[in-house]
Structures are given as structure tokens and as C-alpha cells.
Design a protein around this ligand. Structure first.
Ligand code: ADP
Ligand code: MG
Length: 419
């Protein structure tokens, strides 16, 4: 079928033409569809059994423009290929941590996947102070396995370059290059910010050293082909409940810097931490939940690093560097040192990317609901000022920030209740 955007009616007829969905469609049930895309880019349909809303599939289809910016901003339909490829690969590497893919149709630029009817978007749950006892374990496994197993430490040189060729994703990369690293820090018409923090925003835009650091992080994003990264792993791309975690929406996937994905998760938790200065007026309730978030941030890094190192130590199959290379007296120690130094570099990258990402949410095209849901603009500005100070320090001090204690210390030093 030639490309055409679906709607709530045509999506059901379309699904009936697909052979890959026999199990779901062969039953004699009435189907019902609704479009729910709250995302920035695509159409998302829930197609469910009319008698049971938890029984269904999700159809995600690209439209030929950037949804958040309207149809004046053209965007390649090919993006659904990257999402599909990444979801299929993630299903192999981390089964149970991503939705199952049932069908995909490149001509229609769509993918049909598992309907996560029992999972919530994490960003919303965090604003409501929910806790997820398995999240740290799940997300650190997701990060360690997807990043390690697509790196040069696990793949042969040929496999890695073939993977890289499949994930040349220039148009979606350009969106992040522009909207994370560039446009928010200069005049650009799509930028939005709270007028009450105008002075702070303008100060960022003329802070020469900060802009050098930002440019250095952009250079890393553009050139460090370390592993397949999700590249948009914020808490709106995570759906979960107390038992299960699923990562969705990997259409920005490409071979990029490992620290970027880790930063996305940690920095979104940090922003949520700050948002509770406004969302949670009761100081004890707030301190409890903020303590939970800081502990979560710390644990994600430490479990990620441990799992990544463990995979590397025991599944060192890749081009960089084979076990035989370390076979000499003292080689085991040298291999451990190589791994340690690599993880230290990832840590500094993670700190710098955290800075870039938190700042762009304060002054670029899209903010986050944790912040925009603070109705009182004055309260919101207080939280945003904290975020700007934290992001500035993470970027400027990224090379001297060595431990999670240092990283979290900056959050604590630059934030406090001002009510
Ligand atoms: P976009 O690429 O446009 O950002 P997303 O993949 O983030 O789209 O999806 C938009 C929204 O659709 C999500 O925030 C979520 O509410 C819903 N959604 C997406 N995939 C699923 C799924 N597999 N099951 C249930 N809901 C989903
Ligand atoms: Mg999304």
C-alpha cells in the first residue's frame, strides 16, 4: 500500500489486510481504535477489542512532518525504519524490557507492537510520587546490555560497521543536534522559556565558557560512534508499573556516545526531583520522595557500571581488545584498568550530557511536563533557576566531577526550598 496517514477508521481496515496479525484478528471480535499520540512526532493508535480495552495492539505511524512544530516542518518518513530496527534488536538483547513487535510496514512507515495497557508513562508517575522497586534493576540492565552488546567490545569490527550502516539516521540526529546542543542557546524562533527566568536564560546564551563546553558535548554527540544509543531515553520514553519496565520510542537511535543514554535517564530524574519543590508542598513528604529519587539516580549509575563491566569482563568477544591481547603477566590487571578508564570517560560524558539536556529543557523547543505542570509561574521560575544552575555546573565542572557523590552534591547545593 502506498503511504497514507491512517485515521481511527482506516487503521482497522488496514490491520485486516495484514497477515502478520492473524492471532489478534482471526477471532471474531469487534475492534475499536483511537488515536492517542501525546508525543511530539507521530500518530499512535490503540486498536483494542471493543469488549476489553486491555486486549489490543498499538499502531505507530510516522507523518511526513514534525508533529510538535506543525506541517511546516518536514521530516523523513524513514524514521520508522530506525524505530523498528531498534525495537527488533532490543527484543533480542533485552527481551521483556521493550514492547514486542508484531508487524511492520516500511511503505506505510508504521510498526505494530504490543499494547502496554497496564503500564504508565514514567514522567507522570514520578510527578505523582510513585515508587518502582524494580526500576533500577531493569533500566540498568537495559542500558548495560543494549550499550555493551552494540559496542566494539562485543561485536567484531565488521559487525559493528554493518550495524552502523543500518543506523545512519541523519535527519533525526539533526533534530537532537539542533534542539539539544545549539538552538536553545542562541536566538531561534521556536525557543520557549518562562519570561520570569529571562535574565538567567540570556546569561546562559552569553556565557562563553559554557558555550565552549556545550560545543564540546555536541562534537562528542556527532562523532563518538561507541554503541547503538536510544538517543531519546527520557522518562516519557519509559512505561512501567511496579513489576515491569518497558522502553519505547527509539526512532532517534544511531551509533553514538554511550553516556548520552545514561544521562537522559539520570537528568530526567533530577528534573523531577526539582519539580517537587513545587508539586509537593509538605516538607516531609517531599524530602522522602526526593531522597528516593537521589538514591535511584545513584543506584542506576552504579548498577549500570557494574553490569557493563561484568559483561565486558566475561563476554569480551569484540574487536576492542580480544582476550588474547591481554594474555601476558599482569594482563588481567591491565584489562581491568582499560575497562575502568573507559567507564570513567563515560561518566564524564554522562555528566556533560546531563548538563546539556537539563539546560535545553529550560530554554528550547520542548520542556517537560514535570515543569510545565507547575501552574504558578513564580514557583516554576524558582525550580527553573535551580535547573539552570545545576546544568551550568555539570557542564563546566564535568571533568572534575568524578563520583556520583559529586554529581548529586551539585543537585543538593543548587536546590533548596525557597517557599
Ligand atoms: P512519539 O514518537 O510521537 O514521541 P511515542 O512513542 O512517545 O511517540 O508515543 C506517544 C504516546 O503513545 C506515549 O507517550 C504513550 O502514551 C503512548 N504509547 C506509545 N507506545 C505505546 C504502547 N506500546 N503501548 C501503550 N501506549 C503507548
Ligand atoms: Mg516520544
Amino acid at each position: 500500500m502506498a503511504y497514507q496517514p491512517l485515521n481511527q477508521t482506516t487503521v482497522i481496515d488496514y490491520l485486516k489486510t495484514r497477515t502478520g496479525l492473524k492471532d489478534f484478528l482471526s477471532r471474531d471480535i469487534e475492534l475499536k481504535a483511537r488515536e492517542v499520540g501525546d508525543g511530539n512526532l507521530n500518530l499512535v493508535f490503540f486498536v483494542t477489542n471493543a469488549a476489553d480495552e486491555t486486549d489490543g495492539v498499538v499502531v505507530k505511524q510516522a507523518v511526513p512532518y514534525l508533529r510538535v512544530a506543525g506541517d511546516s516542518w518536514p521530516l523523513t518518513l524513514e524514521r520508522m525504519r530506525f524505530e523498528t530496527q531498534a525495537l527488533l534488536l532490543y527484543n533480542q538483547l533485552v527481551p521483556g524490557l521493550v514492547p514486542i513487535v508484531f508487524d511492520n510496514d516500511p511503505a506505510m512507515s508504521l510498526v505494530v507492537m504490543e499494547y502496554l495497557g497496564k503500564h504508565e508513562i514514567m514522567r507522570k508517575s514520578l510527578v505523582h510520587r510513585r515508587r518502582f522497586p524494580h526500576f533500577v534493576d531493569h533500566i540498568s540492565t537495559f542500558l548495560a546490555r543494549t550499550l555493551y552488546m552494540t559496542s566494539d567490545m562485543y561485536l567484531t569490527g565488521v559487525q559493528k560497521k554493518e550495524l552502523q550502516a543500518k543506523f545512519i539516521n541523519p535527519h533525526l540526529c539533526k533534530i537532537q543536534e539542533d534542539f539539544v546542543f545549539t538552538n536553545p542557546y542562541m536566538e531561534s524562533e521556536e525557543n520557549k522559556w518562562n519570561p520570569l527566568v529571562d535574565a538567567e536564560v540570556q546569561a546562559v546564551r552569553r556565557n562563553g565558557l559554557l558555550k565552549v563546553c556545550m560545543a564540546e558535548m555536541k562534537e562528542k554527540y556527532m562523532t563518538q560512534a561507541q554503541a547503538l544509543i536510544h538517543s531519546d531515553l527520557h522518562t516519557g520514553s519509559i512505561m512501567l508499573n511496579v513489576e515491569e519496565t518497558r522502553v519505547i520510542d527509539p526512532e532517534f537511535g544511531f551509533i553514538g556516545p554511550i553516556g548520552y543514554d545514561v544521562a537522559a535517564v539520570l537528568q530526567n530524574l533530577a528534573l523531577n526531583y526539582l519539580s517537587h519543590f513545587a508539586h509537593t508542598p509538605d516538607p516531609i513528604e517531599r524530602a522522602n520522595y526526593q531522597g528516593y529519587l537521589l538514591n535511584t539516580i545513584e543506584q542506576i549509575w552504579s548498577q549500570f557500571a557494574q553490569k557493563f563491566d561484568n559483561l565486558w569482563e566475561h563476554e569480551n568477544n569484540g574487536e576492542l581488545m580480544q582476550s588474547k591481547y591481554w594474555e601476558f603477566e599482569g594482563g588481567e590487571l591491565a584489562f581491568a584498568l582499560f575497562r575502568q578508564r573507559y567507564l570513567e570517560r563515560i561518566f564524564h560524558d554522562m555528566v556533560g550530557f546531563s548538563g546539556s539536556k537539563i539546560l535545553r529543557r529550560m530554554m528550547g523547543i520542548v520542556s517537560v511536563w514535570d515543569i510545565t505542570s507547575i501552574e504558578d509561574l513564580e514557583r516554576r521560575a524558582e525550580v527553573e533557576r535551580m535547573a539552570i544552575r545545576i546544568g551550568t555546573r555539570w557542564l563546566l565542572e564535568r571533568d572534575s566531577i568524578r563520583t556520583m557523590q559529586d554529581y548529586l552534591g551539585i543537585i543538593k547545593e543548587e536546590s533548596s526550598d525557597t517557599q
